[in-house]
Ligand binder design. Structure first.
Ligand SMILES: *[C@@H]1O[C@H](CO)[C@@H](O)[C@H](O)[C@H]1NC(C)=O
Length: 264
């Protein structure tokens, strides 16, 4: 079998002959880094995060840096975006997906260290507990995105997964505010460095199609965390959205394994 790198070199020779310096610098085998919370992270039974299943559906390696309990704020303050910034090389792809732990207000004396300052711009708050300056979800996500793009990487801002949308017995797909905030972050940072996947919308469409009983069976303990089968399906919904260019083209599109799953 002719390897992808051989094909790439042949392709580059042709591209070079046509004078296309952009293609010349493209790496054959970039890495995908995942930044997120428990719904993406490697967690323990009976739960699992969807990031553990992404590699099944794409042709390039995945490094899952998602950690349970984190928000865009705490992921920033713990230096976890900075750690990824040190690792990324040109053409790597970073998927950023937060929202489950970002709600609430940092103003109270019981500030949990995770709530972002309300708003979508340059608003600042002061933690009622530590006095620390707290920024908005958009500030944290956009700052991290720009730091990766400055190193030549690409960013996919992904909206948070839905909770069980059948939990009341009636399908309710209303999206939390962080879904729109994530779309705005990608727009503010701008193409071609940043793109957006509405993972919430993709998983919501999948849950609608699965129906109540099959969706409930994916949530063993609470309405947020799925079992491994659910995590695999949540990964498939992400990949399907990428394949469909659901909210615009992303750099992962070129690295999907065939056949691409269809879950919604
Ligand atoms: C993403 O695209 C889907 C399909 O067109 C659309 O329903 C959804 O509203 C979009 N998401 C956002 C946040 O714009």
């Amino acid at each position: 079998m002719v390897s992808w790198s051989t094909l790439l070199v042949a392709g580059l020779a042709t591209a070079g002959a046509r004078g296309n310096p952009v293609e010349l610098s493209r790496r054959a085998n970039p890495t995908v880094y995942l930044a997120g919370d428990s719904t993406m992270a490697r967690t323990s039974s009976p739960h699992m995060g969807w990031g553990e299943y992404l590699a099944k559906y794409i042709t390039i390696p995945v490094v899952n840096k998602a950690i349970s309990g984190r928000s865009a704020r705490s992921y920033t303050n713990e230096g976890r975006f900075a750690e990824i910034e040190k690792l990324v090389k040109a053409d790597d792809i970073v998927v950023i997906e937060f929202g489950h732990n970002d709600g609430g207000s940092p103003n109270s004396a019981s500030d949990n260290g995770r709530s972002d300052c309300p708003g979508t711009g340059g608003e600042v708050c002061k933690s009622g507990k530590t006095g620390e300056t707290v920024y908005t979800f958009n500030h944290y996500v956009e700052t991290a995105s720009r730091s990766f793009i400055a190193k030549g990487a690409k960013v996919i801002v992904s909206s948070q997964t839905p909770n069980n949308l059948w939990e009341t017995g009636t399908f309710n797909p209303s999206a939390p505010r962080f879904v729109g905030y994530a779309a705005l972050a990608a727009r503010n940072v701008g193409a071609p460095g940043a793109s957006f996947v509405d993972h919430f919308q993709a998983v919501a469409a999948m849950m609608r199609k699965l129906g109540s009983a099959k969706t409930n069976a994916l949530f063993p303990q609470d309405h947020t965390h799925t079992n491994p089968a659910g995590a695999d399906l949540v990964a498939q919904a992400f990949v399907q959205a990428v394949n469909m260019n659901m909210n615009g083209t992303t750099p992962l599109k070129g690295y999907l394994k065939s056949p691409v799953p269809v879950v919604f």
